[in-house]
Design a protein around this ligand. Structure first.
Ligand code: HAS
Ligand code: HEM
Length: 576
């Protein structure tokens, strides 16, 4: 591989993991605050909401996106065997890096305590929004390499299907470009002008609607790279020469995501007063639609595991369930350590899928919305399968790209299982407490769980304490991983630097032309997206596009009247 491009991929991975150290630290702080182990508004000079913002932004936005770009580069490079251009890759990395620095400055100095959903009227310093915009632009720049390479490969191989991993990665990045449109409109035309003091009011309902038009599709942007690994990497490494059960099922799943990921955002706004209920119900039905490709994936992955294991152990050919025991859940042989990350992730995602469908069921949502049930759900999806497969693949790629042997492999193999156990307990504690009304995004240690407070709710205490125990297990898992990851990175080089990705052949490998195309599906999907959003956008803009509410920050009940960057405002923030 070209050493400069290889360097960029390593930087993208290492920057993400290094930031995740902060992200995970703030996760631990969250459970400590909420259980009242820390009974304060701040700890170590970081406030409660500042820490929660850092946790959500770093883990769910920055770490994930950096990895997805790095993985996409690796997939395109390895499977199409076409060079990536250093100028394109460095531009992408530098934009993402500068964007991260700008947003980090705003968050670390307390000028952006707006959480990762940055709902107005809460207002952040303009560097937060501009940083986010640069970061997002940087993340789409690699398409300047991927699209020409994809088209050239298709021209050179007119009779072949494009490799499945490339297909999945490209579908995912095209989804990314489509979903960025609403959030870029929100940032450029609402949040930045308000933050810079160019306008004095904006419409928060419109902002929330634009945000969720991006905010749910984005969860599939995080998920699809994990699915690419489940379809191409996991079946291969589970036995060393295993197969994917059906190539067409995998492609169909990717296309279904391309279609159904967009008309669903209103399921985050079932309680939004300004939107007509019928449209919410339509989005609820589409949400059930977007669960189908995941069910298809559950089936195809299980069938691939079964097929591969039974090919290796023919004596098990009649077994219904016993073959599950032959999966190398904990193995140090060859690349099998990576299986642990995927299996632990899959077990968590099974729970994440069930809780997701509960969230999506309109009337059930009214019970769980804004309770800790919701963080329970997403720590088994983005914090489960997604993070675990990204961590595993990060270690794998760094070891290959730097020519180093994986160090502390025993810790690397135990890490996902500690994470799995911790997240499962965390999910149980958060979800069950959520069903009893335990709120999310609340410093409960100084309010509901404080025996000296008139708000005291003793029935939530046990769950909050259980989530502290769970948080410690997860963090321990992360420490095991980090020792292996940084140990590998800092160890001496022992072999040639290579770029290799395990890649399973398919058992059923029919050619279905409709499933080898992307453009017509992308056009259809964009139209469906637009149609599904015209009525709700009409609803939320009925009372004006630009005017409704001034901005506020979390420190003061008075509206923000001075631009966030002004000397006067800066003085106020530093005094507070
Ligand atoms: Fe979600 C809220 C509905 C999937 C992430 N979700 C969130 C939030 C995040 C998030 C971050 O409808 C919070 C946003 C905020 O801060 O307010 N979600 C769904 C549905 C799905 C779903 C229907 N979510 C995800 C994924 C995420 C993610 C994926 C990240 C990667 N979610 C919601 C709703 C809300 C929500 C509402 C709003 C709640 C509210 O009121 O605020 C579906 O896509 C899920 C489909 C999944 C399946 C599971 C298939 C199972 C597999 C594993 C098989 C295992 C095997 C191993 C083979 C149908 C693939 C064997 C294992 C055994 C145990 C036998
Ligand atoms: C929020 C714990 C890892 C994504 C939270 C909350 C807790 C928590 C207690 C606050 C819930 C609330 O009050 O609403 C932890 C622990 C982790 C961890 C102990 C272990 C290291 C992760 C990972 C991700 C993640 C790996 C994603 C990659 C999020 C997000 C939020 C959140 C997006 C929502 C922030 C918000 O409401 O603004 N986490 N978490 N967490 N976590 Fe984690």
């Amino acid at each position: 591989p070209d050493s400069s491009v290889k360097q960029v991929i390593i930087y993208e991975i290492v920057l993400g993991i290094a930031l995740l150290v902060f992200g995970v630290y703030h996760g631990l702080m969250q459970v400590l605050y909420r259980a009242g182990v820390i009974k304060d508004m701040s700890f170590a000079s970081i406030e409660y909401y500042q820490g929660l913002t850092l946790h959500g932004v770093i883990n769910a936005i920055v770490f994930t996106t950096l990895f997805i770009v790095a993985f996409g580069n690796a997939v395109f490079w390895y499977h199409l065997k076409k060079p990536l251009r250093p100028a394109v890759q460095w531009t992408s990395f530098i934009l993402m890096f500068v964007g991260t620095l700008m947003a980090a400055w705003a968050m670390f100095t307390g000028r952006a305590n707006v959480l990762y959903t940055f709902y107005p009227p809460l207002l952040a310093h303009w560097t937060f929004y501009l940083g986010a915009a640069l970061f997002l632009v940087g993340s789409i720049v690699p398409l300047l390499d991927w699209i020409p390479n994809y088209l050239a490969w298709k021209r050179e191989n007119p009779d072949k299907k494009v490799p499945l991993a490339v297909f999945g990665v490209l579908v995912n990045h095209i989804m990314w470009v489509i979903m960025l449109v609403p959030v870029v409109i929100e940032v450029l035309f609402q949040l930045l002008p308000l933050s810079l003091g160019l306008v004095s009011e904006i419409n928060p309902s419109l902002a929330r609607t634009l945000f969720w038009a991006f905010g749910h599709p984005v969860v599939y942007f995080w998920l699809l790279p994990a699915y690419v690994m489940l379809y191409t990497v996991l079946p291969k490494i589970v036995t060393g020469d295993g197969k994917l059960y059906s190539d067409s099922a995998a492609r169909l799943a990717f296309i279904l995501f391309l279609i159904f990921s967009f008309p669903v955002g209103l399921h985050h706004q079932f309680t939004e007063p300004g939107v007509t209920n019928n449209y919410k119900l339509i989005h609820a039905f589409f949400t059930f639609g977007v669960a189908i490709p995941s069910m298809l994936t559950a089936f195809t992955v299980a069938a691939s595991l079964e097929y591969s294991i039974k090919s290796k152990y023919p004596e098990l050919k009649d077994s219904l369930f016993y073959w599950w025991t032959k999966i190398p859940y904990i193995s140090l042989e060859g690349d099998k350590w990576l299986v642990s990350y995927f299996m632990a992730g899959l077990f968590l995602f099974f729970v994440g899928g069930i809780t997701g469908i509960i969230n999506a069921s309109y009337n059930m949502n009214l019970v769980v919305h804004n309770t800790s049930f919701v963080p329970g759900h997403f720590h088994t999806t983005v914090g489960g399968l997604v993070t675990l497969s990204f961590l595993g693949m990060s270690l794998y790629l760094v070891s290959k790209l730097t020519g180093k042997e994986i160090r502390f492999k025993g810790l690397a193999v135990l890490a996902p299982w500690l994470w799995w156990q911790g997240m499962l307990i965390f999910e149980y504690a958060m979800s069950v407490a959520g069903l009893h009304g335990f709120p999310r995004r609340t410093n409960t240690g100084i309010s509901y769980l404080n025996p000296d407070s008139p708000l005291y709710r003793p029935e939530w205490v046990g769950y909050a304490e259980l989530s502290v125990f769970a948080g410690i297990l997860i963090v321990l898992g992360f420490v095991f991983f980090a020792i292996s990851f940084f140990g590998t990175l800092l160890s001496p080089k022992v072999r040639e630097e290579t770029l290799e990705l395990p890649s399973a052949e398919a058992y059923h490998d029919e050619k279905v032309p409709a499933l080898n195309k992307i453009l017509p599906w992308a056009v259809f999907s964009s139209l469906l997206f637009l149609i599904s959003y015209i009525p709700p956008l009409y609803d939320v803009t009925k009372r004006g596009v630009f005017f409704d509410s001034p901005g506020y920050n979390d420190k003061n009940p008075m509206p923000v009247t001075k631009p966030q960057g002004s000397a006067e405002q800066n003085k106020k923030v530093s005094q507070e």
